[in-house]
Design a protein around this ligand. Structure first.
Ligand code: SAH
Length: 470
């Protein structure tokens, strides 16, 4: 097998990161955007010792499961992996990802893994979109093959998403089905006006240019829309003209309720900076269950509001926390802590990000919740057990770590503290399975409920309920 070689092969399954799996000469080949049971011609892109990667060059015989993706950017953009697979079939595969992780990594096969809780909306479900401006527009294979006329000016300006693994290339996005319809109108008008006035995008290599990011947030509770344009401070005459248009056009627009511009001159690609509010007060409000959350412009919030409601309900059910002392580890702005505080005796939320802790405290007050306490703490330090021993012992613990899973120091501390019940919420079944194997010495793994927070992507959230043995 050589790179650039073409072979015809059958796709056997899907691997966790959303790639189709084929076998060529006994070696595993990962193929993006392939559907199980497809017979495809692939070109080998990368040939490593234990696996290879291939790209579909022709569909010889489509899988009976294959459907037409609704998005014209599918297959290039990289945001969605499964638009060519019916939603019910996506859910079956996502359950398999969790089962496989627990069997292969966690060596756990005697646990009930429920069928995946489907998302109430499968399109238009995101409450936050972050678009990037770029000075190097990604041309699609189609544009190259059909030799579409694209001017130099057009090649040097794009507004959309970064191409996977090509950080400096940006694909123009004209329509994203995962966001609210209003977002598409806004993205296109912002791009068109910038192009018309010849406004430069920020160049990540030489740090010259003006336009950096466009952030849209939508409230599913109030239906408000927040628009935040992130730029550098490199303002010349035409940039000033653009900002004037931006301000006038969107302060008077019915589509936009909260309007902000953010200045960011840092070299970091992360969107943040100094905020100026042009319309509204700069916040969005969203309800999860009975609790109202105020969301700061750059703060993390569960992305799929409607499904977050179901996630929180399931966590509350598993926690069984009536009149109990609960610790919420990695509590963020209190998505689980605050609804839990309505039933529990006391909730203690622990989180390292100061701004999230401040938001959580604010939201507790906003809801008149007086039995939830939020403390800024790095949960990964060596002496974390000692630090945690200051707080009243928990009967229930909620743990929602980042993708890397529960840090070893914290895991050891939890095993020493041994709460009666643990509800482990995870966005990465591989690290969740690894951590559950450790817990399994002292805990019974009762059941696992996978929850689909991100339809059409390979991501899967799962909630594991663990109860102390004996
Ligand atoms: N449960 C929250 C947030 C979960 S995301 C919600 O649903 O909204 C994971 C959280 O872990 C983030 O808020 C992140 O800031 C926090 N975090 C990451 N590393 C941490 C550490 N070392 N100590 C404490 N919190 C950390």
């Amino acid at each position: 097998m050589n790179t650039k070689q073409k072979v015809v092969t059958k796709i056997e399954s899907l691997a966790f990161e959303g790639k189709g799996v084929a076998r060529v000469d006994g070696k595993v080949v990962f193929v993006r955007y392939a559907v199980p049971n497809d017979i495809v011609e692939i070109e080998l892109l990368r040939n490593k010792k234990n696996f290879a990667e291939g790209k579909i060059t022709r569909i010889v015989e489509p899988s009976p499961f294959r459907i037409e993706p609704i998005c014209k950017h599918f297959g290039v953009c990289g945001g969605c992996s499964f638009q060519n697979i019916p939603y019910e079939v996506q859910l079956e595969w996502k359950r398999r990802f969790v089962v496989d992780a627990f069997e292969k990594i966690g060596k756990i096969s005697n646990v009930e893994i429920k069928s995946v809780l489907p998302s109430p909306k499968i399109f238009g479900y995101r409450n936050k979109m972050e678009f990037s401006f770029g000075t190097s527009r990604w041309l699609t294979d189609e544009e190259i093959e059909t030799q579409t006329e694209i001017s130099t000016k057009e090649k040097q300006f794009a507004l959309g998403f970064h191409i996977p693994e090509r950080f400096d290339k940006v694909l123009n996005i004209n329509y994203c089905h995962l966001q609210d319809e209003r977002g598409n109108t806004i993205v296109n008008s912002i791009r068109n006006k910038a192009f018309e006035l010849d406004i430069p995008a920020y160049n990540l290599r030489n740090h010259i240019g003006f336009l950096r990011n466009l952030i849209l947030r939508f409230s599913f509770t109030t239906n408000e829309l927040l628009l935040n344009l992130v730029t550098t401070s490199q303002v010349g005459e035409k940039e000033k003209k653009y900002l004037d248009w931006f301000k006038e056009n969107f302060t008077s627009s019915e589509l936009v309720d909260q309007l902000l511009v953010t200045t960011n001159d840092s070299y970091s690609p992360t969107a943040f900076g100094t905020i100026e509010i042009l319309k509204g007060n700069g916040y969005l409000f969203e309800n999860i269950g009975e609790v109202r959350f105020r969301i700061s412009p750059f703060a993390f919030f569960q992305v799929n509001t409607l499904q977050a409601n179901n996630l929180v309900s399931k966590v509350i059910e598993y926690a069984n926390a009536k009149e109990k002392i609960v610790w919420d580890m990695y509590s963020g702005a209190g998505t689980f802590s605050l609804p839990l505080a309505k039933v529990a005796k006391t909730v203690i939320g622990l989180e390292s990000l100061e701004s999230a802790v401040e938001d959580a405290k604010f939201n507790a007050q906003l809801n008149g919740i007086e039995n939830a306490y939020f403390i800024a703490k790095d949960l990964h330090t060596k002496n974390i057990l000692q630090e945690l021993s200051k707080f009243p012992n928990p009967e229930v613990m909620i743990i929602d770590p980042p993708r890397s899973g529960i840090h070893k120091n914290l895991l050891n501390a939890i095993i020493t503290i041994k709460p009666e019940r643990i509800v482990y919420v995870s966005c990465n079944p591989t690290t969740q399975a690894r951590d559950c194997q450790e817990f399994a010495k002292y805990y019974d793994l009762v059941e696992i409920q996978p929850v689909d927070m991100f339809p059409h992507t390979y991501h899967i959230e799962s909630i594991a309920l663990l109860v102390k043995k004996g």
